[in-house]
Design a protein around this ligand. Structure first.
Ligand code: CDM
Ligand code: ATP
Length: 291
């Protein structure tokens, strides 16, 4: 039996870091939403073991791969003898702040739950997912949500109004651990207004959503990679109504509600950046879909 699963990327509409915890992680408060830039995971049952294949040379092909780790977790916890071949059709750029690896892991958990009729709920899978990475629980549940804790304490909120999301990814990746490690919490220059963002989402006010985009991790990534600031400026100058770095970066996204402007921004950015994408917000209940 074969299963195909769409594994969408996320963007952070707000990201606040409240404090560093005793376990070394940071206590977060953020709003995340899924976008229609997705990997596809094909799962095929085999007689034993886990085989991994990917269309991208940029992902690890062994036990460091988060999809592989998800399959190990399911097999070991439930004592499953059957094997699986995992094929990752990679479209989400790697180490980009878009949770590509986390979404692949979430899709693998959800897909194996179906492939092997395990009867686990999405909530249980989200709990398992936290052991693989902080963004995995959100990727399992999808939609638009406030994420607290390490990222696992999720409260659904309304999606942003339909719009274009233009993504520009500089050619280098960023290490999430290094960004959190370099963050100086007593020197953060700006903090998101979470209440304001929630109100904007509830009232479906596109301009207010754009006005409340904010990410404290920009304070670390932008000084280290000035290209991020230049991409933000250019995106705004070409007409994007709201512009922000996603997650720990370096991808910059712009929100635009007019197609003609979206085209202008994409065309303008292509001169400066090789990796430019124009996608839609998924944001509603559509997280990971089984096909
Ligand atoms: C920046 C975000 O993408 C925002 O959505 C996430 O917080 C990162 O999620 P992720 O990539 O799944 O992160 P993990 O793989 O769990 O953690 C990578 C590293 O980031 C740091 N980390 C991550 C999450 C968190 N709440 N506090 C942290 O300090 C830790 O040093 C950790 O070792
Ligand atoms: N299936 C996978 N796809 C992409 N990267 C993976 C995968 N499995 C493991 N990785 C590793 O995870 C690291 C982070 O990659 P990923 O694309 O998930 O980053 P990210 O988008 O910045 O994540 P996040 O936004 O959750 O911090 C990379 O160094 C990569 O080698």
């Amino acid at each position: 039996m074969d299963i195909s699963i769409k594994a969408p990327a996320k963007i952070n509409l707000t990201l606040d870091v409240l404090h560093k915890r005793a376990d070394g992680y940071h206590e977060l408060e953020m709003v995340m939403t899924t976008i229609d830039l997705a990997d596809r995971i094909d799962l095929t049952e085999t007689t034993g073991g886990i085989q991994l294949e990917s269309t991208s040379g940029f992902v690890p092909f062994d036990e460091r791969n988060l999809a592989y780790q998800a399959a190990v977790m399911v097999k070991e916890r439930l004592g499953i003898k059957k094997g699986v071949h995992i094929l990752i059709h990679k479209h989400i750029p790697v180490a980009a702040g878009l949770a590509g690896g986390s979404s692949d892991a979430a899709a693998t958990l959800i897909g194996l739950n179906r492939l092997w009729n395990l009867g686990l709920s999405r909530e249980e899978l989200a709990k398992w997912g936290l052991e693989l990475g902080s963004d995995v629980p959100f990727c399992v549940l999808g939609g638009t949500a406030i994420a607290r804790g390490r990222g696992e304490n999720l409260t659904p909120v309304p999606p942003p109004p339909p719009c274009w999301v233009i993504l520009a990814k500089p050619s280098h990746g960023v290490s999430t651990a290094e960004v959190f490690g370099a963050l100086k919490l007593d020197q953060v220059s700006h903090r998101p207004n979470l209440k304001g963002m929630i109100q904007a989402l509830e009232s479906k006010d596109f301009d207010a959503v754009c006005g409340h985009l904010d990410n404290v991790l920009e304070d670390v990534t932008i000084p280290a990679y000035p290209k991020v600031a230049r991409l933000k400026e250019r995106m705004a100058a070409f007409g994007a109504q709201g512009v922000l770095m996603s997650g720990s970066g370096p991808t910059v996204f712009g929100l635009i509600n007019r197609e003609s402007v979206a085209k202008r921004v994409v065309n303008g950015l292509r001169g400066f950046c090789r990796h430019v994408y124009a996608v839609r917000i998924l944001g509603g209940t559509e997280g990971i879909q089984l096909e």
